[in-house]
Write a protein that binds this ligand. Structure first.
Ligand code: TXA
Ligand code: MG
Length: 320
């Protein structure tokens, strides 16, 4: 069966009908591919958890296409408005308090009284939200714990024919997930680093993140081992052995003679380029079943923090 379709007007019409009838579909966004369903329907949302094999205590992000709609579901805060004005539509997810009469399924927020919500910056996805008139709950379209998908074939590799449609818009622009921020109080709290760095937000909006010695307060359900390839992953190393794959950065060379597969995350040393290549290249070398995947050190600043967060989780051997 071919379930990969161009993300165009025609397929958006069919996809809207699937969403309206409570089905799950996958689609491109500006960050990673998402696996979405009607956020108001317990039945539709529970299908996402089941397909991904996701623990039910790990809440999902709701995607909508206007600020008005956001504030139908969650309470406004001055900080949320400030962040929304600067970064929406875009790769920023806000955690806000659920309104009393809110129609979003409680399964989406794993029973919490907050909701994670964002307006994506991706034309076809916004068209899908417009056409279906449905708030779409969507985690990344990968099996729980595995590498996030940055193209339609990645989604197909994980789910095969178990989803009716994968709306294809090539490789995603960002390559990494949105930044998740708790915006319920005066100071933002970083729950998951992402494409927009906390440094950038502090500089642009003159706000200060609440952080205890830079310890990131975790989102519920974030697992220690996550985003993992099948092969063993070693990070911050320049010592690959011959049957390994080596992901390097800028002009970093292996310490010893190395004849295995080698890819450069960014020859220019550009961290946005590393973000867009990270999951793509990890998936690519993982398919070749190397002994190990070795990744060179990546600077821990700006979007580099999100990159290192994913790499650390991906390399964690301690399971959950
Ligand atoms: O870029 C993205 O954010 C992608 C695209 C599809 O939008 N989605 C994504 O979803 O990465 P997912 O499910 O892989 O990650 C959602 C993150 C998790 O870390 C989860 O714990 C957190 O958001 N989250 C969701 N609801 C929350 C809530 N009510 N409170 C705190 N954290 C929450
Ligand atoms: Mg995910």
């Amino acid at each position: 069966m071919n379930n990969i379709f161009n993300f165009d007007k025609n397929s958006i019409k069919i996809a809207s009908e699937f969403l309206i009838s409570g089905d799950v579909i996958a689609f491109a966004t500006e960050t990673v591919y998402g696996l979405g369903a009607d956020a108001r329907s317990d039945k539709a949302v529970s299908k996402i958890f089941k397909l991904k094999n996701r623990p039910d205590f790990n809440p999902l992000i709701v995607h909508v296409n206007s600020l008005n709609e956001v504030f139908n579901y969650v309470y406004k805060t001055p900080l949320a408005i400030k962040l929304a004005e600067k970064y929406w539509p875009g790769p920023l997810t806000l955690i806000l308090e659920r309104k009393k009469a809110c129609k979003i399924s409680l399964l989406v927020s794993a029973g919490l009284n907050s909701i994670a919500i964002r307006i994506p910056n991706h034309k076809p996805f916004l068209n899908l939200l417009n056409s279906s008139k449905i708030p779409i709950a969507a985690p990344s379209a990968n099996k729980s714990g595995k590498l996030s998908p940055t193209c339609a074939n990645d989604v197909r590799d994980d789910f095969g024919d178990n989803i009716k449609m994968i709306l294809d818009d090539g490789f995603t622009k960002g390559g990494l997930e949105s930044t998740v921020i708790d915006a319920r109080n005066d100071n933002p709290i970083l729950l998951r680093p992402g494409l927009i760095s906390s440094e950038e937000i502090e500089k642009n909006l003159k706000v200060k993140f609440l952080m205890d010695n830079n310890i990131i307060i975790e989102s519920p359900g974030q697992l220690l081992r996550h985003y993992s390839p099948n092969s063993k992953l070693i990070i911050n190393s320049t010592l690959p052995q011959d049957n390994d794959a080596f992901l390097t950065f800028k002009n970093i060379k292996p310490d010893k003679k190395f004849s295995g597969i080698q890819l450069n995350l960014s020859k220019k040393g550009n961290l946005e380029e590393v973000a867009s290549n990270l999951f793509k290249m990890l998936r690519k070398v993982d398919k070749k079943n190397p002994n190990k995947i070795v990744v060179a050190p990546i600077p821990d600043k700006g979007v580099g923090r999100a990159i290192n967060n994913r790499l650390q989780r991906a390399s964690n051997q301690n399971g959950y």
